[in-house]
Design a protein around this ligand. Sequence first.
Ligand code: NAD
Length: 472
Amino acid sequence: MATKVTITPFEATALNIIPALASNARGTFRTHKTKNLEWRLVQLRKLYWAVEDFKPQLLHALAQDLHKSDYESLLSELDWVQKDCLFMIDNLAAFAKDEKLGAPHVPITFSMMNFRIRKEPLGTVLIIGPYNYPIQLVLAPLVGAIGAGCTAVIKPSELTPASAMVLKELIETRLDNNAYLVVNGAIPETNALMNEKWDKVFFTGSAGVGTIIAKKAAETLTPVCLELGGKNPAFITKNANLALAAKRLLWGKTQNSGQVCMSQNYILIDSAVVKTFIEFLKAAEKEMFPNGAKASPDLARIVNQRHFHRIKKMLDETKGEIVMGGQMDESELFIEPTAVLVNSTDDSMMAEESFGPIFCIYPVHSLDQALNIASSVHRTPLSLFSFGSKAENNRVLNEMTSGGATINDSYFHGSVNSVPFGGVGDSGSGAYRGKASFDCFTHLRTVAETPGWAERFLSVRYMPYNIKDLKF
Ligand code: NAD
């Protein structure tokens, strides 16, 4: 019998208690209990089991908020976080261990001293999440924060209210709720949180809001990790396996109905193969959705009407030709995976990040032209994808930067939970996942220790100086 699930209606945290919540998390950090490795392991194990026990509520919430299928929710949200917990549990002792420094870091002249790096928790951190992966994108950083020994306040997206409420219950009933708290709400609550002093702010969301967060954090010299979006290019040359490229890139735009920061926004393709590529794209769509995309129980929906209209506007205003998809239904917040053939970087399809199931195809006559266009559209995208010969793929990697890159596929650089992930330039700064999650919330504190017996070797430092003592 299916478990009956009830989710508390969304309720924003009262603004006037936010300072006390932040102060509580800071106070807990000052007790030093989070520095104990066994304590951290217990919290990570509790988080693993909380996700396990809350599966029905989490799946229900994700279906309610984004119409996500259980299949996708399990793979990209719940299983993901549980794997993160296990990875951190398995490796925590090694990550947290002092690192002894010898040659080549310490010159022979100082070899009588002990140098080591202590891995110290930054302190109390704020994690602000977006709506598209409302569970994974706050719990994965939280795994890093717990592993590092920090306390944390989490601010999930208000656009996915059911997930936000389940998260609050899950964290505050299962973890140490003096150390880990959830504040729910939108801009006023985020602003109230940003008025508090944090040891790091971990923000995932749009570049526009990231700028607001970074500016506010700068006022108190608070470090930030910014995981932002961007206009991600895919490059396809004559040497690509076109059928595979079509299927894999379409997959990237069907996951979470394209509400994925890493998926391609535009494809720069050699004009000689564009027609064949479009045929493969249509064939792949037919294969994934034999009864049409709308009838598929697997395809998520757009999060809300505002985003539905934002995406629709890009399609309404394009001067390009819709070559695949194009159907929409506002009552269901449904947008069919859609490809548009364009010939100008000024097209509405290129103007902003689509963050939906739509993308454009731009025919080019050479890889030179493709690289010129891509660097003029977004010099530092979050992702790029290259489908070509080995030499062509290397050229793309050499001549165009990005947060991460995948050769011959869609976003696999960001689909494995234990490899570092992050943006570059205006697609973000800082990285997390795997060991990078631990490092993200850790201060590398160099400690030098000088034994008393070493005094005679070090006495040259004292005044009065004698230049002859410097034996360079
Ligand atoms: P968003 O920037 O609108 O919101 C993110 C968070 O900021 C939310 O918790 C929201 O409540 C808060 N917020 C919104 N406006 C604010 C304001 N004016 N002041 C203070 N706080 C504010 O992002 P979104 O729409 O939820 O998510 C989509 C964006 O996130 C896309 O640009 C996408 O590319 C990006 N994203 C990036 C990654 C990554 O890992 N790099 C992952 C997912 C999404």
